[in-house]
Every structure is written in C-alpha cells, then in structure tokens.
Design a binder for this molecule. Structure first.
Ligand code: UDX
Length: 456
C-alpha cells in the first residue's frame, strides 16, 4: 500500500472510491471538491489502474491500493467481467487500508473518518465499510431513468418478455416512456449471467446510509420520486457536480488546448464539437461515413479522435482520399480536448455525442444542443431523453450513410428546428443554474447531505 500524500485537517475526513474510468472518476473527484469546499478532508483510495493524478488535487490525500490487474485484461468488450474482477480483487486491500487509516487516526489524533463514498460499481466497499464499522454512501453516476430501465430489464427478463440478448423492437416499454425495447440498456457484452449479476450487484440495497445522485429534479423529478418511494435510504440528487464546485481537471489523458485557439477564430454557434467520450470506438465503415458527412456539411467542426478509438487503416485510407485537404481550415482534430471549456465556448453550437451521462450533463449545463449517436448501455436511454423528453437534440439510429450525417448536421446547425433546440437547451441551462443556487433543489439537497454526514 503506497502512501502518496498525507493531508491534515481538523474537519472530518471522507474516503472516496471511484470506478477507475474517466466517466466515473470525473464525478467522484468533482464531488470531492464540493465536499472539500464545505470543510471536509478528502482521501481518495484508488487502484493502480487508471490512477488519478494527485498533483491536480493538492488539497486531497491519495492512497493507492493494489488491484492485481493487468491492463491487457481491459477492453470495452469485456467491461463487466473487468468490473467484477475489480470488486473481487480490491476488497481485502481496501479493508486493510481503511483499518490502517482508522488506527492512525486514533494514535496520531488525525481527523476522524466520517464515512466512505463509493461509486455504485465498486460495490465491494459496502461490505468492507460495514466490517470496519464505518458508514458508507453510494454515488450513482448515471441517470435515474437508467436505474429504472435496468430494474425493468430484471423484471421483463423474469417475466420472459425480454431475452438476455435484448430486443430490437420499436414498441414502447410499458411505464418507461419514451423508451422503446431497443433502447433498454441491455449489455451485449459478456455473458447474460454476468450482466444480470452486475445489475443485481450495483442495485442491491445494502447497508449504505444514503445515495448521492448526479442528476436533478429539473431533468428527472418523476423518476427520482418513484425511486425514492422504493428506496429505504435518502436520495440526494445534486447536479451537475461539475458546476456546483468547478474542480481541477481529472483528465487521465493530456488535454490539447490548441483547439481553444482554433475555436477563437470561429463564428458564434457555428462549430459542431464531435466526441464519443473515453470508452466508445467507431467502426471502420462508420468512421468513413462520419468523416465525409462532416466534410460535406461544410460546417466547422472540432473532432476528438481518441487514440485506439478508430481503425488506423481506415484513417490512412481517408487521408489518401484527400479528407484533410477537403476539410482545410474548417476542421480541427485533436486526441483529447478540454471538453467543459470547449462546450462553454461561444463558437460551439452543437455537440455530436455518444450521450455518456457526463457529456450529456456538460452539454445541457452549457446550453448546447446535441446530435446523439449512442454506442452502448445507458447512452441509448440518455439519447432518447435528449431527443424526445427535453427535445434538445436529434438522435441518429444505427449506422448512418454520409448523406444522413450531413443532413443531421444541417438540421441542428442551420435549420429552424436546430435553432429551436438551441433555445430549449439554453432554457434548460438557466434552470440548471437556478437549481444549484440558494433555494434550488440541488442546493438544498447538498445542505441536507452535509447535515447527514455530520450526524454520523
Ligand atoms: C462511461 C460510459 O461509457 C457512459 O455511458 C456512462 O454514462 C459514464 O461512464 P464515457 O463513455 O467516458 O463514460 O462518457 P462520459 O460519461 O460522457 O464521460 C466522458 C468524460 O470525459 C466527460 O466528463 C468529458 O468531459 C471528458 N472528456 C471527453 C474530456 O475531458 N475530453 C474529451 O476529449 C472527451
């Protein structure tokens, strides 16, 4: 167990445990920044795999626990088995680490640990916290609708309505408007048993004292109310975490800030920002069609092509076909962008996104409408809400030819329809801002959460 940094303070300490993926590390460290600003000391317990960068958070303590994983094991194709392995491997070192911290706090008069806060996917933390007699709180980093739809999968499966492979039906799922059977976040990854075990594990009611949720009443009040009715402990929707207390960058990949210089040269609301987050990849055919759709639209674009997310041969082919020359100054391509800064830039008028929950919230909080191209899991649920409930985006279904890509871009960036979506997105942004100010629901829930932690 490696001590990276120690932190002394007279305030109670919170121990945070994130799932080691970008889309989960970000909200956990944002939550840490919020609670630190309220006076708590923060210690982050993390795996060696995808370790956060401690120097970005000098005010936090960081402790690495051995995960016994090798990076070769991990790919987007086997995320669920990977998460179960993580839960199997990390329990013992986490318990040893917590026990040492508790011992140290007694001997050295260190601030006492009030509780641990863990990502819903790191469910081993619950049993360990209970074992060392420490309260624990769950952080849910996906939407409330995703929670309801995953529960519906369990039920539909038990009733024999849904097979383990999911469904391609366009019919609406009863009680889950506007989701169709094909939108349900059924994983095609791993065996069906692993998927069902995963849902059961992350949603099982355990001994945790509360649930913090990166969503809010503005977006999901009815879903949250329904979940609260079924839930034994208090739910605290505080959102968007990245706006409540802007945190330092928790990026695992170096951000290329040159794209901000490029954005400075573009006109207001003209640029389409294209990014599929930290896990999704684009297949060979889709890459070519997306690239030429973007080029043919003549709309300026900023495209994040993450290393490993595209087929290198197809990219080389695009280059020999003259893609870069066709785009010229109209396009900027980077490996990783400072996304929140990009979305806040006045030149950005649309976001081509996979609808990861963080990207969805970041886009809404900056009033940017979306072209949704979900890839897997909760992204389909989010895309459906963006396009059908909040009506701030267009959803593209299945594989798109370049002509469809071009038309979607024009609809969002040029047509009246897109202007109306932009206006609705700006309205939602304002409601988000009010929600985190005094009197807003996220503001109130945060205060109640702090009261609860102080009562432990
Ligand atoms: C994963 C899952 O894939 C997603 O479905 C789930 O909702 C959350 O966990 P990911 O695919 O990485 O997340 O997407 P997302 O939730 O959008 O998170 C990506 C994060 O990376 C965002 O906070 C975004 O700001 C950041 N990012 C992305 C960058 O900082 N730079 C980039 O260039 C791209």
């Amino acid at each position: 167990m490696e001590m990276e940094k120690e932190h002394r303070s007279s305030h109670p300490r919170l121990v945070l445990v994130a799932l080691p993926f970008q889309g989960h590390i970000n909200p956990m460290l944002q939550l840490g920044s919020i609670l630190h600003s309220k006076g708590f000391s923060i210690t982050v317990l993390h795996t060696a795999f995808n370790s956060p960068i401690p120097s970005n958070y000098p005010e936090f303590g960081f402790l690495s626990i051995p995960d016994n994983l090798s990076e070769q094991l991990i790919s987007a194709d086997d995320l669920l088995p990977f998460i179960s392995l993580l839960n199997l491997n990390c329990g013992v070192p986490f318990q040893e680490c917590l026990a040492k911290m508790v011992q140290k706090q007694e001997v050295e008069n260190e601030p006492s640990i009030a509780c641990s806060v863990y990502d819903e996917c790191m469910y081993f933390c619950d049993a360990v916290a209970k074992c060392v007699k420490l309260p624990s709180i769950v952080l849910r980093t996906t939407s409330a609708s995703t929670y309801l739809s995953r529960n519906a999968i369990l039920q539909l499966k038990a009733e024999g309505v849904l097979t383990s492979q999911g469904s391609t039906s366009q019919d609406l799922v009863p009680g889950l408007h506007p989701l169709r059977f094909k939108d349900l976040p059924v994983s095609k990854i791993g065996t069906p048993e692993i998927f069902l075990q995963f849902i059961t594990n992350i949603y099982k009611t355990r001994t945790s004292s509360a649930i913090i949720w990166n969503t809010n009443d503005v977006l999901e009040k009815p879903s949250l109310q329904e979940i609260q009715k079924q839930c034994q402990v208090g739910i605290f929707p505080v959102c968007p975490l990245h706006e409540v207390a802007p945190a330092s960058s928790s990026s695992l990949i170096k951000e290329d800030n040159s794209c901000i210089t490029w954005l400075e040269k573009q006109k207001q609301n003209t640029v389409l920002y294209v990014s599929l987050g930290s896990v999704a990849s684009v297949d060979k055919k889709e890459l070519g069609e997306t690239a030429w759709g973007l080029a043919n639209s003549k709309q300026p674009f900023l495209w994040v092509i993450r290393p490993g997310s595209i087929d290198d041969q197809e990219w080389k082919k695009l280059l020999t076909e003259g893609f870069v020359e066709a785009v010229g100054e109209n396009g900027c391509i980077v490996k990783w962008a400072p996304q929140k800064e990009v979305l806040a830039h006045g030149a950005v008028g649309g976001f081509w996104t996979h609808c990861g929950w963080n990207s969805t919230l970041e886009s809404i909080s900056k009033g940017v409408p979306m072209i949704c191209k979900p890839c897997f899991g909760d992204q389909r649920v989010n895309a459906r809400h963006v396009s059908q409930v909040w009506r701030i985006g267009i959803q593209l279904e299945n594989m798109c030819e370049r002509g469809e890509v071009e038309r979607a871009i024009k609809r969002l960036m040029v047509d009246k329809e897109g202007k109306e979506m932009r206006q609705r997105a700006k309205n939602l942004k304002e409601r988000f801002q009010l929600d985190i100010r005094e009197g807003g629901s996220s503001y109130n829930y945060l205060n109640k959460l702090i009261e609860l932690i102080m009562s432990f």
